[in-house]
Design a protein around this ligand. Structure first.
Ligand code: GDP
Ligand code: IMO
Ligand code: MG
Length: 434
């Protein structure tokens, strides 16, 4: 048995969904522990594409237990839509397959309204480029101790008391501060009455069930969302999301003890992308031939908002921040196939900022925005990699690129991904095989 955490090492969209789906084959329970439907995790199985925003990526296996931990924030309408979509694929989501923590907070309509109103009010250099899904305002209410939890749906009069107070307060900000339309108590009440009826059978205690699963010798897989540089504490603040995306939150966000974690796998895209605003030292700006080629070949459009993802070279400062902050025991290197055809590859080793060397992302956002990577170059390869199924079949230059990443990170690769499909993967070491 083992407990394995999968997290993003960069700015999200590293291919977490694909790797979680792959590892789910060896797991019993799959747990989301933070973030909300700002996440967009794409899985391709036998040529068929699925995108999940809130349900754990393990859901495609019928005999697995998926869980949404207390650290996740849930937009019930989006969750129910996702369930309907799965039903359409012949995979009905039943309470036997999905458990929702009673302590997970709910994203309410006024959170989305506030998120969008606040972004609209910011001047262009200050915009975060949020997904507009209400993430920041919902976590603000959680920390501000006025949030509404999934468990409140089981006690509807308590839910209505909290709703009343929140609608009053939020409408003050919406109308007075942002000149926006107010939220309607009666509408939300009716919507959530219907949501409560449908979601009630799924709500329970994730921490207790995880403890039972661990004691019964089950394999547990924790699925991170976003990426290390989007972490609220450790990322490029304020251009971050509103949760802790690092591995430590797998424990807090699900109610699982830290001593029980066996492995932490960092998903590292073979180049870098970022969607939304904020510093990105190794960026190849729009119009750059190589950046545009990575964007095109990698299909780099946001799975949640459809926005074009900014692209750039692999940045080992970012990777090594993730090694340290997450205590990585293995790497899953994804999208190696996208680099085929590049004559020369660059790897960022450190930054120069105002004449000073940085080996970590500067915490000062003005300095982070000025960071200039110091690169080394490696020869690329031309062979297309999507048919490769064994490390030995990779071109020598691709092997060298992976070995160089291992040297610089001090963490071995566990998985190499050469295409979006579950089958397009080289599993070098199975974290569940002890
Ligand atoms: P996540 O948010 O980390 O789960 O990543 P996304 O699903 O948002 O974005 C990753 C995209 O890359 C998805 O469209 C995946 O289907 C795709 N993908 C994942 N791994 C690979 C790979 O090795 N090669 C290629 N070409 N695409 C991949
Ligand atoms: P997955 O799980 C990439 C980014 C947004 C924005 C910032 C804050 O698919 O990797 P938010 O709506 O969270 O308040 O937006 O964070 N962001 C992501 N970028 N992948 C994600 O998730 C993201 N979730 C949020 O673009 O810059
Ligand atoms: Mg994504």
């Amino acid at each position: 048995m083992a407990s394995v955490v999968v997290i993003g090492t960069q700015w999200g969209d590293e291919g977490k969904g694909k790797i979680v789906d792959l590892l789910t084959g060896h797991a019993d329970c799959i747990v989301r522990f933070q973030g909300g439907n700002n996440a967009g995790h794409t899985l391709v199985v036998a040529g068929k594409k699925y995108v999940f925003h809130i349900i754990p990526s393990g859901i495609l296996y019928e005999d697995k237990r998926c869980m949404i931990g207390n650290g996740v924030i849930i937009d019930p309408g989006v969750l129910l839509e996702e369930m309907e979509e799965l039903r359409g694929h012949g995979l009905p989501v039943t309470p036997a397959r999905l458990l929702i923590s009673e302590n997970a907070h709910l994203i309410m309509p006024y959170h989305r309204m506030l998120d969008q109103a606040r972004e609209a009010a910011l001047s262009s250099g200050k915009k975060i480029g949020t997904t507009g899904r209400g993430i920041g305002p919902c976590y603000m209410d959680k920390v501000g101790r006025v949030g509404i939890k999934a468990g409140d749906l089981l006690d509807f009069s308590q839910f209505l008391d909290k709703l009343q107070a929140n609608v009053e307060e939020k409408n003050f900000f919406l109308t007075k501060q942002y000149n926006a339309a107010p939220a309607c108590f009666d509408e939300i009440k009716a919507q959530f009455e219907a949501h409560a009826e449908r979601l009630m059978p799924f709500i329970g205690n994730v921490s207790v069930e995880l403890d039972q699963a661990r004691k019964a010798g089950k394999n547990i897989l924790f699925e991170g969302a976003q990426g290390t540089q989007l972490d609220i504490d450790h990322g490029t603040y304020p251009f971050v999301t509103s949760s802790n995306t690092v591995a430590g939150n797998a424990c807090i966000g699900s109610g699982f003890g830290p001593a029980h974690i066996d492995e932490v796998i960092g998903i590292l895209k073979a180049y870098t992308t970022r969607v939304g605003s904020g510093p990105f030292p190794s960026e190849l700006p729009e119009g750059d031939a190589i950046g545009d080629e990575l964007q095109r070949k990698g299909g780099e459009f946001g799975a949640t908002t459809g926005r074009r993802r900014r692209c750039g070279w692999l940045d080992m400062v970012v990777a090594n921040d993730a090694v340290r902050l997450n205590g990585l025991t293995g790497l899953a290197i994804t999208k190696l196939d996208v680099l085929s055809g590049q004559p020369t590859l660059k790897i960022g080793l450190s930054y120069t900022v105002e004449g000073r060397r940085f080996d970590q992302m500067p915490s000062n956002i003005r300095q982070a925005a000025l960071a200039q990577p110091v690169y080394e170059e490696m020869p690329g390869w031309s062979k297309e990699l999507s048919k490769v199924r064994d490390f030995s079949e990779l071109p020598q230059q691709a092997k060298d690129y992976i070995r160089r990443i291992e040297d610089l990170a001090g963490v071995p690769p566990m998985i190499v991904s050469v295409g979006p499909d579950r089958a397009e993967t080289l599993l070098l070491r199975n974290p569940f095989a002890k």
